[in-house]
Ligand binder design. Structure first.
Ligand code: FES
Ligand SMILES: [Fe+2]
Length: 370
Protein backbone atom coordinates (compact mmCIF):
# COMPACT_ATOMS: atom_id res chain seq x y z
CA UNK A 1 0.00 0.00 0.00
CA UNK A 2 2.64 2.52 1.03
CA UNK A 3 5.00 1.63 -1.78
CA UNK A 4 2.48 2.60 -4.45
CA UNK A 5 1.86 5.98 -2.80
CA UNK A 6 -1.71 5.74 -4.03
CA UNK A 7 -3.58 4.03 -1.27
CA UNK A 8 -7.30 4.16 -1.27
CA UNK A 9 -8.39 5.72 -4.53
CA UNK A 10 -10.94 5.41 -7.24
CA UNK A 11 -10.03 5.97 -10.87
CA UNK A 12 -12.23 8.92 -11.51
CA UNK A 13 -13.35 12.27 -10.25
CA UNK A 14 -16.90 12.57 -8.97
CA UNK A 15 -19.14 15.32 -7.66
CA UNK A 16 -21.42 16.23 -4.78
CA UNK A 17 -24.43 18.42 -5.38
CA UNK A 18 -23.98 21.65 -3.38
CA UNK A 19 -27.75 22.27 -3.17
CA UNK A 20 -28.11 19.11 -1.05
CA UNK A 21 -26.52 20.97 1.86
CA UNK A 22 -29.28 23.57 1.78
CA UNK A 23 -32.08 21.07 1.25
CA UNK A 24 -34.48 21.23 4.20
CA UNK A 25 -36.55 18.29 2.97
CA UNK A 26 -33.45 16.13 2.76
CA UNK A 27 -32.61 17.23 6.31
CA UNK A 28 -36.09 16.21 7.49
CA UNK A 29 -35.64 12.74 6.03
CA UNK A 30 -32.16 12.47 7.53
CA UNK A 31 -33.59 13.31 10.95
CA UNK A 32 -36.19 10.55 10.55
CA UNK A 33 -33.38 8.13 9.78
CA UNK A 34 -31.48 9.32 12.87
CA UNK A 35 -34.53 8.48 15.00
CA UNK A 36 -34.51 4.89 13.76
CA UNK A 37 -30.76 4.32 14.17
CA UNK A 38 -28.73 3.48 17.31
CA UNK A 39 -26.83 6.64 18.26
CA UNK A 40 -24.02 6.84 20.79
CA UNK A 41 -25.29 9.20 23.50
CA UNK A 42 -22.90 8.60 26.35
CA UNK A 43 -20.48 6.39 28.24
CA UNK A 44 -21.56 3.91 30.91
CA UNK A 45 -19.50 5.70 33.54
CA UNK A 46 -21.75 8.75 33.21
CA UNK A 47 -24.55 6.74 34.82
CA UNK A 48 -22.47 4.36 36.90
CA UNK A 49 -24.65 4.27 40.06
CA UNK A 50 -28.31 3.33 40.39
CA UNK A 51 -30.35 6.54 40.09
CA UNK A 52 -27.68 8.36 38.06
CA UNK A 53 -29.08 10.18 35.05
CA UNK A 54 -27.93 12.28 32.10
CA UNK A 55 -30.07 14.39 29.81
CA UNK A 56 -29.41 14.57 26.07
CA UNK A 57 -31.02 16.94 23.58
CA UNK A 58 -31.59 15.28 20.20
CA UNK A 59 -33.55 16.78 17.34
CA UNK A 60 -35.39 19.26 19.58
CA UNK A 61 -36.36 16.59 22.06
CA UNK A 62 -34.98 16.02 25.52
CA UNK A 63 -34.07 12.46 26.55
CA UNK A 64 -33.58 11.35 30.12
CA UNK A 65 -31.21 8.41 30.47
CA UNK A 66 -31.26 6.82 33.90
CA UNK A 67 -29.92 3.72 35.62
CA UNK A 68 -32.62 1.90 37.55
CA UNK A 69 -32.50 0.02 40.85
CA UNK A 70 -32.07 -3.17 38.83
CA UNK A 71 -28.93 -1.83 37.17
CA UNK A 72 -30.65 -1.42 33.79
CA UNK A 73 -30.16 1.80 31.88
CA UNK A 74 -33.38 3.18 30.37
CA UNK A 75 -34.17 6.18 28.18
CA UNK A 76 -37.33 8.26 28.40
CA UNK A 77 -38.62 11.34 26.69
CA UNK A 78 -38.04 13.90 29.43
CA UNK A 79 -41.63 15.16 29.59
CA UNK A 80 -44.34 14.66 32.17
CA UNK A 81 -47.38 12.66 31.10
CA UNK A 82 -49.77 14.96 33.00
CA UNK A 83 -49.49 18.00 30.75
CA UNK A 84 -46.13 17.69 29.05
CA UNK A 85 -43.81 19.78 31.22
CA UNK A 86 -40.14 19.09 30.87
CA UNK A 87 -39.47 16.82 33.80
CA UNK A 88 -35.79 16.82 34.81
CA UNK A 89 -34.28 20.27 34.51
CA UNK A 90 -30.69 19.33 35.39
CA UNK A 91 -28.22 18.04 32.80
CA UNK A 92 -27.03 15.20 35.05
CA UNK A 93 -27.18 13.99 38.60
CA UNK A 94 -28.74 11.31 40.76
CA UNK A 95 -32.53 11.27 40.91
CA UNK A 96 -32.76 8.89 43.89
CA UNK A 97 -35.33 6.95 41.84
CA UNK A 98 -37.84 9.78 42.06
CA UNK A 99 -38.43 12.11 39.12
CA UNK A 100 -40.71 14.88 40.27
CA UNK A 101 -42.39 17.21 37.81
CA UNK A 102 -41.94 20.88 38.80
CA UNK A 103 -45.51 21.81 37.76
CA UNK A 104 -47.88 19.66 39.86
CA UNK A 105 -45.43 17.16 41.33
CA UNK A 106 -46.48 14.05 39.47
CA UNK A 107 -43.72 11.61 40.36
CA UNK A 108 -42.09 8.82 38.37
CA UNK A 109 -39.60 6.19 39.45
CA UNK A 110 -36.33 5.46 37.63
CA UNK A 111 -38.09 2.76 35.58
CA UNK A 112 -40.40 5.46 34.18
CA UNK A 113 -43.52 4.34 36.07
CA UNK A 114 -45.91 6.94 37.42
CA UNK A 115 -45.82 6.39 41.18
CA UNK A 116 -47.28 9.56 42.64
CA UNK A 117 -50.15 11.91 41.80
CA UNK A 118 -51.03 14.59 44.37
CA UNK A 119 -54.79 14.58 45.05
CA UNK A 120 -55.27 11.53 42.83
CA UNK A 121 -58.96 11.69 43.79
CA UNK A 122 -59.25 14.62 41.34
CA UNK A 123 -58.54 12.22 38.46
CA UNK A 124 -61.39 9.71 38.61
CA UNK A 125 -60.58 6.58 36.66
CA UNK A 126 -56.87 7.40 36.33
CA UNK A 127 -54.90 4.23 35.65
CA UNK A 128 -51.35 5.13 36.69
CA UNK A 129 -49.97 2.04 34.99
CA UNK A 130 -50.81 3.53 31.57
CA UNK A 131 -49.26 6.94 32.26
CA UNK A 132 -45.58 6.06 32.48
CA UNK A 133 -42.89 8.02 30.66
CA UNK A 134 -42.47 7.42 26.93
CA UNK A 135 -39.47 5.17 26.37
CA UNK A 136 -36.88 4.81 23.63
CA UNK A 137 -34.67 1.79 23.30
CA UNK A 138 -31.30 2.05 24.95
CA UNK A 139 -28.58 -0.57 24.95
CA UNK A 140 -25.45 -0.48 27.08
CA UNK A 141 -22.73 -2.20 25.12
CA UNK A 142 -18.93 -1.91 24.90
CA UNK A 143 -19.05 0.77 27.61
CA UNK A 144 -21.24 3.02 25.47
CA UNK A 145 -24.91 3.97 25.63
CA UNK A 146 -26.70 3.47 22.30
CA UNK A 147 -30.10 5.13 21.97
CA UNK A 148 -32.62 4.26 19.28
CA UNK A 149 -35.34 6.87 19.61
CA UNK A 150 -37.90 5.10 17.42
CA UNK A 151 -37.00 1.47 16.74
CA UNK A 152 -38.46 0.63 13.33
CA UNK A 153 -39.50 -2.92 14.14
CA UNK A 154 -40.43 -3.20 17.81
CA UNK A 155 -40.36 -6.98 17.80
CA UNK A 156 -37.21 -7.48 15.77
CA UNK A 157 -34.89 -4.94 17.29
CA UNK A 158 -31.46 -4.84 15.84
CA UNK A 159 -28.82 -5.59 18.42
CA UNK A 160 -25.66 -3.50 18.55
CA UNK A 161 -23.68 -6.60 17.51
CA UNK A 162 -25.80 -6.90 14.38
CA UNK A 163 -25.44 -3.18 13.78
CA UNK A 164 -21.64 -3.23 14.06
CA UNK A 165 -21.04 -6.51 12.21
CA UNK A 166 -17.27 -7.31 12.17
CA UNK A 167 -16.44 -4.11 14.03
CA UNK A 168 -17.90 -5.66 17.18
CA UNK A 169 -14.67 -7.62 17.66
CA UNK A 170 -12.61 -4.44 17.63
CA UNK A 171 -15.09 -2.74 19.95
CA UNK A 172 -14.82 -5.65 22.36
CA UNK A 173 -11.00 -5.52 22.24
CA UNK A 174 -10.84 -1.75 22.84
CA UNK A 175 -12.08 -2.13 26.42
CA UNK A 176 -14.01 1.14 26.35
CA UNK A 177 -16.07 0.12 29.38
CA UNK A 178 -12.98 0.53 31.55
CA UNK A 179 -11.91 3.81 29.98
CA UNK A 180 -12.37 7.25 31.47
CA UNK A 181 -14.24 10.19 29.92
CA UNK A 182 -11.53 12.84 30.16
CA UNK A 183 -13.21 15.46 27.99
CA UNK A 184 -16.76 15.85 26.70
CA UNK A 185 -18.03 18.97 25.02
CA UNK A 186 -20.90 19.76 22.65
CA UNK A 187 -20.71 22.79 20.36
CA UNK A 188 -22.79 24.46 17.68
CA UNK A 189 -21.59 24.52 14.10
CA UNK A 190 -22.74 26.70 11.22
CA UNK A 191 -22.40 23.83 8.77
CA UNK A 192 -24.24 20.78 7.53
CA UNK A 193 -23.68 17.81 9.85
CA UNK A 194 -21.97 15.79 7.10
CA UNK A 195 -19.17 18.29 6.37
CA UNK A 196 -17.01 17.45 9.39
CA UNK A 197 -17.43 13.76 8.60
CA UNK A 198 -16.09 14.44 5.11
CA UNK A 199 -12.92 15.68 6.81
CA UNK A 200 -12.33 12.17 8.16
CA UNK A 201 -12.84 10.51 4.78
CA UNK A 202 -9.83 11.87 2.89
CA UNK A 203 -6.23 12.67 3.73
CA UNK A 204 -5.78 15.07 0.80
CA UNK A 205 -6.22 18.03 3.17
CA UNK A 206 -3.64 17.04 5.77
CA UNK A 207 -0.70 18.98 4.33
CA UNK A 208 -2.52 22.27 3.82
CA UNK A 209 -5.22 22.53 6.47
CA UNK A 210 -3.29 20.78 9.23
CA UNK A 211 0.17 22.19 8.48
CA UNK A 212 0.40 23.83 11.93
CA UNK A 213 -1.02 20.90 13.89
CA UNK A 214 -0.87 17.23 12.92
CA UNK A 215 -0.03 17.36 9.20
CA UNK A 216 3.64 16.54 9.67
CA UNK A 217 2.87 13.28 11.47
CA UNK A 218 1.12 11.65 8.52
CA UNK A 219 1.90 10.26 5.10
CA UNK A 220 -0.08 12.39 2.68
CA UNK A 221 -2.74 11.06 0.33
CA UNK A 222 -2.48 7.48 1.45
CA UNK A 223 -5.19 5.61 3.26
CA UNK A 224 -6.77 2.21 3.28
CA UNK A 225 -10.52 1.86 3.74
CA UNK A 226 -13.07 -0.89 3.88
CA UNK A 227 -16.81 -1.12 4.33
CA UNK A 228 -18.36 -3.06 7.19
CA UNK A 229 -22.06 -2.96 6.47
CA UNK A 230 -23.06 0.66 6.88
CA UNK A 231 -19.76 1.63 8.51
CA UNK A 232 -16.50 2.75 6.95
CA UNK A 233 -13.22 1.67 8.49
CA UNK A 234 -10.10 3.50 7.40
CA UNK A 235 -6.45 3.65 8.32
CA UNK A 236 -4.19 6.63 7.72
CA UNK A 237 -0.46 5.89 8.10
CA UNK A 238 1.81 8.04 10.21
CA UNK A 239 5.30 8.86 8.94
CA UNK A 240 6.79 6.05 11.01
CA UNK A 241 4.44 3.40 9.56
CA UNK A 242 7.22 1.87 7.45
CA UNK A 243 8.80 0.69 10.72
CA UNK A 244 5.84 -1.64 11.19
CA UNK A 245 7.38 -3.98 8.64
CA UNK A 246 10.00 -5.03 11.24
CA UNK A 247 7.88 -4.66 14.37
CA UNK A 248 6.62 -7.46 16.60
CA UNK A 249 2.92 -6.78 16.11
CA UNK A 250 1.92 -8.59 19.29
CA UNK A 251 3.99 -6.07 21.25
CA UNK A 252 3.07 -3.01 19.21
CA UNK A 253 0.57 -0.25 19.81
CA UNK A 254 -0.61 0.04 16.22
CA UNK A 255 -2.13 3.49 16.88
CA UNK A 256 1.42 4.86 17.21
CA UNK A 257 1.97 4.02 13.53
CA UNK A 258 -1.44 4.17 11.90
CA UNK A 259 -4.53 6.18 12.82
CA UNK A 260 -7.57 3.92 12.72
CA UNK A 261 -10.86 5.69 12.10
CA UNK A 262 -14.32 4.21 12.21
CA UNK A 263 -17.04 6.21 10.52
CA UNK A 264 -19.95 4.65 12.33
CA UNK A 265 -23.23 5.04 10.52
CA UNK A 266 -24.64 7.62 10.49
CA UNK A 267 -22.84 10.29 12.49
CA UNK A 268 -19.77 9.18 14.43
CA UNK A 269 -16.06 9.45 13.70
CA UNK A 270 -14.19 7.28 16.17
CA UNK A 271 -10.49 8.10 15.92
CA UNK A 272 -7.77 6.09 17.64
CA UNK A 273 -4.81 8.11 18.97
CA UNK A 274 -1.66 6.59 20.49
CA UNK A 275 -2.88 7.09 24.08
CA UNK A 276 -6.57 7.99 23.78
CA UNK A 277 -9.69 7.64 21.67
CA UNK A 278 -11.92 10.37 20.23
CA UNK A 279 -15.61 9.80 19.70
CA UNK A 280 -16.83 12.68 17.54
CA UNK A 281 -20.58 12.75 16.96
CA UNK A 282 -22.43 15.02 14.58
CA UNK A 283 -26.10 15.90 14.97
CA UNK A 284 -28.27 17.72 12.39
CA UNK A 285 -29.35 21.20 13.47
CA UNK A 286 -32.43 23.36 12.96
CA UNK A 287 -31.55 23.96 9.32
CA UNK A 288 -29.55 22.08 6.71
CA UNK A 289 -26.68 24.50 7.25
CA UNK A 290 -26.41 24.05 11.03
CA UNK A 291 -25.50 21.22 13.37
CA UNK A 292 -23.95 20.40 16.71
CA UNK A 293 -20.85 18.36 17.36
CA UNK A 294 -19.78 16.49 20.41
CA UNK A 295 -16.23 15.43 21.21
CA UNK A 296 -15.79 12.81 23.88
CA UNK A 297 -12.17 11.87 24.57
CA UNK A 298 -11.63 8.55 26.35
CA UNK A 299 -8.38 7.81 28.17
CA UNK A 300 -7.30 4.32 29.32
CA UNK A 301 -7.79 5.35 32.96
CA UNK A 302 -8.35 8.50 34.95
CA UNK A 303 -5.09 10.46 34.75
CA UNK A 304 -3.74 11.09 38.23
CA UNK A 305 -0.12 12.21 38.01
CA UNK A 306 0.84 15.72 36.95
CA UNK A 307 2.67 14.28 33.94
CA UNK A 308 -0.41 12.34 32.79
CA UNK A 309 -2.68 15.34 33.22
CA UNK A 310 -0.24 17.55 31.30
CA UNK A 311 -0.05 14.93 28.55
CA UNK A 312 -3.82 14.76 28.09
CA UNK A 313 -4.23 18.50 28.34
CA UNK A 314 -1.77 18.76 25.46
CA UNK A 315 -3.85 16.21 23.56
CA UNK A 316 -6.91 18.41 24.06
CA UNK A 317 -4.99 21.53 22.98
CA UNK A 318 -3.55 19.96 19.81
CA UNK A 319 -6.44 17.71 18.82
CA UNK A 320 -9.65 19.26 20.05
CA UNK A 321 -8.76 22.91 19.86
CA UNK A 322 -6.33 23.16 16.95
CA UNK A 323 -6.97 20.16 14.69
CA UNK A 324 -10.70 19.78 15.10
CA UNK A 325 -12.16 23.08 16.24
CA UNK A 326 -9.83 25.54 14.47
CA UNK A 327 -9.18 23.41 11.39
CA UNK A 328 -11.62 20.58 10.42
CA UNK A 329 -14.73 22.14 11.97
CA UNK A 330 -13.68 25.65 11.03
CA UNK A 331 -13.28 24.62 7.39
CA UNK A 332 -16.71 22.94 7.49
CA UNK A 333 -18.18 26.37 8.23
CA UNK A 334 -16.14 27.81 5.37
CA UNK A 335 -17.61 25.25 2.95
CA UNK A 336 -21.13 25.99 4.18
CA UNK A 337 -20.54 29.71 3.67
CA UNK A 338 -19.60 28.99 0.05
CA UNK A 339 -22.71 26.88 -0.43
CA UNK A 340 -24.92 29.49 1.26
CA UNK A 341 -23.47 32.16 -1.02
CA UNK A 342 -24.52 30.19 -4.09
CA UNK A 343 -20.89 30.26 -5.14
CA UNK A 344 -20.61 26.61 -6.09
CA UNK A 345 -22.98 24.18 -7.82
CA UNK A 346 -21.04 21.00 -7.40
CA UNK A 347 -18.11 19.96 -5.28
CA UNK A 348 -15.46 18.17 -7.23
CA UNK A 349 -13.96 15.08 -5.63
CA UNK A 350 -10.54 13.91 -6.70
CA UNK A 351 -9.60 10.26 -6.98
CA UNK A 352 -8.55 10.18 -3.33
CA UNK A 353 -11.72 11.90 -2.08
CA UNK A 354 -14.15 9.33 -3.45
CA UNK A 355 -15.15 8.10 0.02
CA UNK A 356 -17.10 11.33 0.45
CA UNK A 357 -19.33 10.19 -2.39
CA UNK A 358 -19.57 6.72 -0.87
CA UNK A 359 -20.66 8.21 2.45
CA UNK A 360 -23.09 10.66 0.88
CA UNK A 361 -24.72 7.84 -1.11
CA UNK A 362 -24.78 5.61 1.96
CA UNK A 363 -26.79 8.19 3.90
CA UNK A 364 -29.16 8.77 0.98
CA UNK A 365 -29.72 5.04 0.52
CA UNK A 366 -31.00 4.72 4.11
CA UNK A 367 -33.60 7.49 3.95
CA UNK A 368 -37.31 6.82 3.68
CA UNK A 369 -38.63 7.41 0.17
CA UNK A 370 -39.90 10.98 -0.31
S1 FES B 1 -47.38 18.80 34.02
FE1 FES B 1 -46.24 17.52 35.27
S2 FES B 1 -47.35 17.35 37.06
FE2 FES B 1 -48.53 18.62 35.82
FE1 LIG C 1 -8.66 16.85 9.13
Amino acid sequence: MLSTNRGDQSNETSTLNAADYLDEDLLRREKQMFRRTPLIVGHSSEVSEAGDFIVRELDNRSWLIVRGKDGQVRAFLNYCQHRGTRLEQRAEGNCKHRLVCPYHAWTYDSAGSLIGVPRADLFPGLDKSTRGLRAGKIVEKFGLLWLTQEPSKPNQQESIDEFLLDLKHEFAALGMADMHVYFDKTRDLQANWKFPIFAFLESYHLAALHKESIGEFFVQNVAHSEMHGRHIRSFVPRQNAVELADADLAETNIAEYITPTNILFPNVCMVGHPTSLSILSMFPGETAGTSTWRHMLLTPHKPTTEAEIAHYNKTIAVLDKMTYQQEDYWVSEQIQAGVNAGAIDEMLLGANEHLLKVFDNLIKSHLEPK
